[in-house]
Design a protein around this ligand. Structure first.
Ligand SMILES: [Zn+2]
Length: 368
């Protein structure tokens, strides 16, 4: 708990720790002495400001412990080593068709990427406490199993134990959107937010609700699959096999599919380029934006969050969409909810998955 308080506050005095933890000054001094002795915490040269006796400030020792964050997606594996203060030390990417190969091959690739990262950092004294992995699909995070992932073509893959067996380091896994929301809460747009709704828009549409820093998981860790809420039972076929899911109006593949009914379009960039001059293209984008605004205002009715973070490849490539979505959301949102929440873009963008995977690893280490 004390380590966590120091992590959250970054710089903190013993007196502040005593106040926040409701523990005596003597207990705090004893615990801090132990943590300093173990090399996890250090005294900084700085002292607290303000009136009264100046106290020495403490911080985490960034090189005490290292975690490894891994991001897996359908065609890429990324891995990075992070220090205790969540700073990325080395990062490595490998393009590979994860979705078209045997999951055991992906496990081999993940492990060899991690081993080459460790070799690259060449710090023999470094302690690697754990590995965090963020990946798409339905995850049993307690057991470390990828239950189902349409993107990766995976079913019941015991990812945690497979990687642990090869590396001998504890491994924790979670859904990529949940991991990203965790990163935004810890280091990005959602810091200090009590209830955050995180929305991801890209090849799919997902959401994560975070309350006081905890992910709301639901009964089977699947809460937030907002992209598969039915909008039109006779609508377009979704990749889940049902018709008219919300994401068939928003996801990048759905927009390209819709565009191809009107004019040959290979990718999302072509659609956005065409939208500058062609009304058929801009109407597809405007419709997607309208559904995004509607989705957020519906979710606000259900959860009453204080902040909404809109993230994902689509808004990262086209940040102007955020303002457009905000305008649509303001049109739809019910009066009592007006001005009760703010819409933010992701502060961490494409790095959120790796950072979040490392935060997952660090949090699990601190929970032990
Ligand atoms: Zn669906």
């Amino acid at each position: 708990m004390i380590l966590n308080l120091i992590k959250v506050h970054r710089l903190i005095s013993r007196a502040q720790l005593s106040k926040l933890s409701k523990m005596s000054a003597t207990s705090i001094s004893r615990i801090i002495a132990e943590l300093i002795n173990e090399g996890l915490v250090r005294e900084t040269g700085q002292t607290s400001s303000g009136v009264g006796r100046q106290a020495v400030l403490l911080e985490l020792n960034p090189s005490a412990i290292f975690t490894i964050g891994v991001e897996i997606d359908r065609e890429i594996i990324k891995a990075a080593i992070f220090d205790f203060s969540a700073k990325s030390i080395t990062e490595i990417h490998q393009s590979t068709a994860v979705n078209n190969s045997d999951p055991n091959e992906a496990v081999d690739q993940i492990c060899s990427l991690i081993l080459s990262l460790i070799e690259k950092t060449a710090n023999e004294a470094a302690r690697y406490c754990s590995v965090g992995i963020g990946l798409p699909g339905v995850i049993n995070s307690d057991e470390g199993v990828s239950l189902f992932s349409a993107q990766m073509n995976w079913k019941n893959i015991q990812l945690k134990s497979l990687v642990e067996e090869r590396l001998g380091i504890p491994v924790y896994i979670d859904n990529d959107q949940k991991v990203k929301a965790l990163a935004e809460y810890s280091y990005g747009s959602a810091q200090n937010s009590k209830s955050t709704l995180f929305i991801g828009i890209g090849s799919g549409v997902g959401s994560v609700l975070m309350v006081n820093g905890n992910v709301f998981r639901g009964g089977s860790n699947s809460a937030g699959e907002i992209g598969h809420t039915t909008i039109d039972p006779n609508g377009i076929l979704c990749e889940c096999g049902r018709r008219g899911c919300l994401q068939t109006y928003i996801a990048d593949w759905a927009l390209i599919q819709e565009a191809n009914k009107l004019s040959p379009t290979q990718n999302i960039d072509q659609l956005f380029e065409a939208s500058k001059t062609e009304s058929w293209a801009s109407s597809i984008i405007n419709r997607a934006v309208m559904y995004c605004g509607m989705m957020i205002s519906n979710a606000v009715c259900m959860y009453n969050p204080d902040s909404v973070i809109v993230s994902g490849s689509l808004v990262e490539s086209y940040p102007e969409l955020i303002t457009m979505i905000e305008e649509q959301c303001n049109k739809f949102v019910w009066e009592p909810y007006k001005d009760t929440f703010k819409i933010y873009s992701s502060e961490l963008g494409g790095s959120a998955n790796l950072i979040g995977a490392s935060v997952l690893a660090t949090n699990k280490y601190l929970e032990q």
